[in-house]
Design a protein around this ligand. Structure first.
Ligand code: ZN
Length: 596
């Protein structure tokens, strides 16, 4: 790698997207589309030869062209998605995005015959055509992976209709969902002054030292979403019905969640064990919440106070300090990771400002294997914003370690997608704990760490259990209000008598974007966090000896099946004690906290 000079100060600003597309003029877009059009035609020309005289050599040529087309469409559509994220109210970004989406669906539909032809072959014929040379390992995995969905495939015409109808159907509905929720404004009285806030700004106040402010922040969030609940829950009902009609009725998936499991290449059984283990460990977190109530001088913790800080400290960390802190944490683990993370800043691939109309939350977008990923953050200066920065940089580094893979296989499948990100967060917290001798601050750090693990493991697993029950209720024709009852019921199971849950939380589900955009996605967080806790324990036992194997795991990207990658790292997903191992680490943290 070339020597790069890291800037001393890191200003919060928008990102540079010119690497994806120099500009969005008519001319540039047309040239890009023409280039893709010619690749699509090359692929179309393979149609008859593939049917009449299939050979390994021919298959390889098609995959290579398909890879080039995927690279072009990945950067062209990423440009639109990132532009829309930085300003969800931009007409120009929306026009670009919908223009592009239409073109991409056309390209996708015209090349669909290839994957359908490949999936349609019987096992013996497919095996004979598969590339075997080591330099084609990515193509081989890509091709094998495609055949996993073979049992759920429809014939070509139907697949084309599904794609076409989705573009102006469910995908359009989800775009409207984004537009509607991203422009919501929230009001909160802070220090006698009423502030207009975005959702992300508002939610920073659920960690505020003042109980009144925390409760007011939640109430405002639930009020604003409550006002939109009729429309939003109708969108959710359509999403669930569409999901079921396409996947269960037409494609024959055994259940709504098994669609996601197949996508993740995870057996239904493994995910069931994961979700069950989470439910069985609810009392562990209830023990923590009882301890926390005592610390706060309460007989019982209120749901409003779940994320209450202990020490009453409201420390703010300037952005450039946060960047240096995260980079030096990476440096201490493995200098190569820090060098990779620096590329994100040196190449202006991060948008960290908070602005109205900008997409909320945070993400890392990997576009092409050899390109540095793009990061979106809404940095507010809280300790957990620093953790989010470590998290997203973890994602970026994961992608960069896997840069030798094809665009078709670089991205890890969902359950492994959160490995590097969550591991980076744990490194950061440990680094902060190691430098801290004041017991009050240690208590605060341990507690906020448990708060985060709760939010990543238990809360997300609870969302997925909600989705299962909600999809079933919608199919039975129950009204949207029934979903409120289901949600509240789950919260009560989950918190037991340790946390008091006010009635108004019953409509909290309306505000969770993942359940609309990517149904059943959330267990990937539970999976990733528990996996990382178990790996982290090994790191602390083995020290530096752990690092090479861990980097190998990351460098796989999506180049092999997740179970194989984990098997190489010595993890057995079918062993229930593996999952319990993650919770043992949680118990250690609670014991340490109780002893302070
Ligand atoms: Zn993540």
């Amino acid at each position: 790698m070339n020597d790069v000079i890291t800037k001393d100060t890191h200003a919060q600003k928008s990102w540079d997207l010119t690497e994806l597309l120099p500009d969005a003029t008519e001319e540039t877009i047309s040239a890009r589309l023409a280039e893709m059009e010619s690749l699509v035609r090359s692929i179309e020309a393979f149609r008859i030869p593939l049917q009449e005289e299939p050979s390994g050599k021919l298959l390889l040529e098609v995959v290579e062209t398909y890879e080039r087309l995927s690279e072009r469409s990945s950067s062209t559509s990423a440009y639109g998605a990132l532009w829309f994220s930085e300003d969800t109210q931009s007409e120009a970004a929306l026009t670009y995005k919908s223009h592009l989406d239409r073109a991409l669906v056309d390209f996708h539909n015209r090349t669909l015959f290839f994957t359908l032809w490949w999936k349609g072959l019987d096992d013996k014929a497919a095996l004979e055509l598969l590339p075997t040379r080591p330099e084609h390992a990515d193509f081989r995995h890509f091709l094998e992976d495609l055949r996993r969905s073979k049992p759920f495939m429809l014939e070509e015409r139907s697949e084309q209709i599904v794609n076409l109808k989705d573009t102006n159907g469910i995908s359009a509905v989800l775009t409207i969902y984004s537009m509607l929720t991203n422009r919501l404004e929230f009001e909160l009285e802070v220090d006698g002054e009423t502030k207009a806030l975005t959702r992300d700004e508002l939610l920073t106040y659920v960690y505020a030292p003042s109980a009144e402010v925390r409760a007011a922040a939640y109430r405002e969030m639930l009020r604003v979403f409550g006002d939109e609940a009729k429309v939003l829950s109708q969108i959710y009902v359509s999403r669930a019905l569409d999901w079921h009609a396409e996947n269960v009725t037409l494609r024959g998936f055994p259940s709504a969640i098994s669609v996601r499991n197949m996508d993740n290449d995870m057996p239904d059984q493994v995910i069931e064990v994961l979700l069950d283990t989470c439910a069985r460990n609810a009392p562990l977190f209830q023990r923590y919440f009882r301890w926390k109530a005592q610390e706060l001088g309460r007989t019982r913790l209120s749901r409003f106070d779940l994320y209450a800080p202990l020490a009453g400290a409201d420390k703010s960390i300037p952005y450039s300090e946060a960047v240096e802190l995260v980079l030096s944490t990476f440096e201490g683990f493995e200098p190569r990771l820090a060098a990779l993370a620096r590329r994100v800043f040196d190449q202006d691939h991060i948008d960290s400002e908070v602005r109205t109309g900008k997409k909320g939350g945070a993400f890392c977008a990997t576009v092409l294997p050899k390109q540095t990923p793009w990061l979106l953050l809404n940095y507010n200066g809280k300790v957990r914003d620093v953790a989010t920065l470590a998290h997203e940089l973890g994602h970026a580094v994961h992608s960069m370690l896997a840069q030798d893979h094809s665009v078709l296989t670089q991205q890890p499948s969902l359950p492994l997608a959160e490995t590097a990100s969550v591991f980076a967060e744990r490194l950061l917290v440990d680094r902060l704990l190691a430098n801290e001798t004041d017991p009050a601050v240690r208590r605060e750090l341990l507690a906020s760490s448990l708060d985060d693990i709760y939010a990543t493991v238990m809360r997300q697993a609870c969302f997925v259990r909600f989705e299962e029950r909600a999809h079933a209720a919608i199919l039975e024709g129950k009204p949207p209000e029934a979903l409120n009852e289901i949600y509240l019921g789950l919260l009560k199971e989950h918190f037991g008598d340790a946390v008091e849950v006010p009635e108004e939380f019953s409509r909290e589900w309306v505000s969770i974007p993942h359940i609309y955009h990517t149904p059943f996605y959330c267990y990937a967080y539970s999976f990733g966090q528990l996996l990382v806790l178990a790996l982290y324990r090994r790191y602390r036992e083995e020290g530096q000896a752990f690092v090479p194997g861990y980097l190998r795991l990351l460098a796989w990207g999506g180049g092999a099946r997740p179970a194989e990658i984990l098997d190489e790292a010595g993890v057995d997903l079918n062993d229930p004690s593996f999952w319990q191992g993650g919770f043992d680490v949680v118990e250690d943290l609670i014991v340490e906290l109780e002893a302070l």
